[in-house]
Design a binder for this molecule. Structure first.
Ligand code: HSE
Length: 434
C-alpha cells in the first residue's frame, strides 16, 4: 500500500508536538494503521531548525498552494486563527483532502460551512484536538455514548483558566502572575483574553453541544462569562460553604430548549469535578442509559494536543485503507439529520446562585434582602453574615435553582436598597447531581 501523505500547516507548540509524536511513536503508529505515513509538506512562516525536519519534506509559506498539491492526502491544520486557516481548509477540501484540525475557534465559528463543504466533497474533518486537548471526548460522545440520549454535560474545558483558579486558591498567587506562567508553558491562546473571558471554553462547548444534541454549531448563542472578576474573597467564602469555584461549560437539555452557558460556578467540594486542578480538563456527561461518566486528562500543551491530532490522523489513515473513499463512517456531529433545537436565552436558563452583597451594619437590612428573595419565590439554601469589614458587612447567600430572569429582578431590587454598597457579586452554583 502506498503511504498516506500529510501536509502539516503550523509549526508552533502543537505542530512541533505532532512532528515529534509521529517520529517517536512511528513503530506503534505503523502497527496500528498497517501503513506508512509520510510528511510531504510543511507550511509555516517561521521555520524551526530545532525540529531537524527530513530534507525530503517541502517547506513553504504558501499554504493555499500546499492545499492543492497532489502529493497530499491529509492536511493537518495546527496554526490556529480564523484567517487564513478557513480559506486554506476550504481549498484543501475542494481538492479532496481530508482535514485534521485543532482549531476550535475556526470550527465553532465557521464549522457549519466547513463541515458542509467536507460532506459535499466526501472528505472528513477530524477535530478531536479542538476540545479538551488530550481527552478523547469527541470520540466518547460520537461513538462511545452513541446508544444514549445525552441529558447534560458539564466540563472544565479551558486548561489555562483552571490553572489560574487552582493557583489562586491553593497558593494565593495573583491572577496576572499565573496567566504569565500559563503563557510560558504554552497553554494559553495567542490572545489570552480568549482563556480568561471564557471565549475559548464557549468555542469548545458549542462543539460538544452539537455532537451531544445533534444540532448546528451556535457559538454566538453561548452565554459566556470569564474568570477575570473572581476574587480571593469569594473563593474563600465558597470554601466556607463547602464549595469550590470552577469555570464550567454547561450544555443542558431543558424542557423548552437547550442551555448553553460558560461561567464561573460553585460546585460541591466533594464532586470529582471540584477536584480537577491545574491545567487538567474534565467533562462530566449525564446520559440516560449509562448514567454519569467522567473524562479527565490534560487539556492543553504540546503532548496532549498532539496525542489527539495523531489519533485523528490514524483514524483517517485507517479509513483511507478500509473504506472506498476514506470519507469515514461516522457523521461529523454523530447525527445524519441535525435538528434546530432552540437555544435558550440566558434569562430563560435555570441555575442556583451565590450572591454576595456589602451592606451597612443596620437593623433590618438582612430582613429586607430575604423578603425580596422570598417574594420572588427564590429559596435560600444557606446564608452567612460576616463580621464587620471596615464599615460594611459582607452577606453571602446561596440559593436553590431559579430562572435567571427572576434572579435579575430580585437582584435589581436588592441593589436599590440604600444600605447596599458596590456591585452585587453573582456566581452560578450547580450541584451536578444526576
Ligand atoms: N488555551 C487552551 C486552554 C488550549 O488553555 O485550554 C487548549 O485548547
Amino acid at each position: 500500500m502506498k503511504p498516506v501523505r500529510l501536509a502539516i500547516l503550523g509549526l508552533g507548540t502543537v505542530g512541533g508536538g505532532v512532528l515529534e509524536l509521529l517520529q517517536i511513536n512511528a513503530a506503534e503508529i505503523k502497527r496500528r494503521t498497517g501503513r506508512e505515513i509520510q510528511i510531504t509538506h510543511v507550511g509555516t512562516r517561521r521555520p524551526r531548525p530545532d525540529l531537524n525536519l527530513d530534507t525530503s519534506i517541502k517547506q513553504s509559506e504558501d499554504l493555499l498552494n500546499i492545499a492543492r498539491q497532489d502529493d497530499v492526502d491529509v492536511v493537518i491544520e495546527v496554526m490556529g486563527g480564523i484567517h487564513p486557516a478557513k480559506e486554506v481548509l476550504l481549498e484543501a477540501i475542494k481538492h479532496g483532502k481530508h482535514i485534521v484540525t485543532a482549531n476550535k475557534a475556526l470550527l465553532a465559528e465557521h464549522g457549519n460551512e466547513l463541515f458542509k463543504a467536507a460532506d459535499d466533497n466526501n472528505v472528513q474533518i477530524a477535530y478531536e484536538a479542538a476540545v479538551a486537548g488530550g481527552i478523547p471526548i469527541i470520540k466518547v460522545i460520537r461513538e462511545g455514548l452513541a446508544a444514549n440520549r445525552i441529558d447534560w454535560l458539564a466540563g472544565i474545558i479551558n486548561g489555562t483558566g483552571n490553572f489560574i483558579l487552582t493557583e489562586m486558591r491553593e497558593k494565593g498567587r495573583p491572577f496576572a502572575d499565573v496567566l504569565k506562567e500559563a503563557q510560558e508553558l504554552g497553554y494559553a491562546e495567542a490572545d489570552p483574553t480568549f482563556d480568561v473571558e471564557g471565549i475559548d471554553a464557549a468555542h469548545k462547548l458549542a462543539m460538544l453541544a452539537s455532537i451531544a444534541f445533534g444540532m448546528p454549531l451556535q457559538f454566538s448563542k453561548v452565554y459566556t462569562e470569564g474568570i477575570s472578576k473572581i476574587t480571593a474573597q469569594d473563593v474563600k467564602y465558597a470554601e466556607e460553604f463547602g464549595y469550590r469555584i470552577k469555570h464550567l461549560g454547561i450544555a443542558r437539555r431543558a424542557e423548552t430548549g437547550i442551555e448553553l452557558r460558560v461561567h464561573p460556578t460553585l460546585i460541591p467540594e466533594e464532586q470529582l469535578l471540584a477536584n480537577v486542578n491545574g491545567v487538567k480538563n474534565a467533562v462530566l456527561v449525564q446520559s440516560n442509559a449509562v448514567g454519569p461518566t467522567l473524562y479527565y486528562g490534560a487539556g492543553a500543551g504540546a503532548g496532549p494536543t498532539a496525542s489527539a491530532v495523531v489519533a485523528d490522523i490514524i483514524d483517517i489513515v485507517r479509513d483511507i485503507s478500509y473504506t472506498e473513499d476514506g470519507a469515514g463512517t461516522i457523521p461529523h456531529f454523530a447525527f445524519e439529520d441535525l435538528t434546530d433545537l432552540p437555544i435558550l436565552s440566558r434569562e430563560d436558563m435555570t441555575t442556583g446562585h451565590y450572591i454576595r452583597v456589602n451592606a451597612e451594619d443596620e437593623t433590618g437590612v438582612l430582613a429586607d434582602i430575604t423578603t425580596i428573595l422570598s417574594r420572588a419565590g427564590i429559596s435560600i439554601d444557606a446564608i452567612m453574615q460576616q463580621t464587620r469589614l471596615k464599615d460594611l458587612i459582607p452577606i453571602v447567600i446561596l440559593t436553590d435553582p431559579i430562572k435567571e430572569s427572576v434572579m435579575d429582578d430580585a437582584l435589581a431590587q436588592i441593589q436599590a436598597l440604600p444600605a447596599i454598597h458596590g456591585e452585587i457579586v453573582r456566581i452560578r452554583l450547580e450541584s451536578l447531581e444526576s
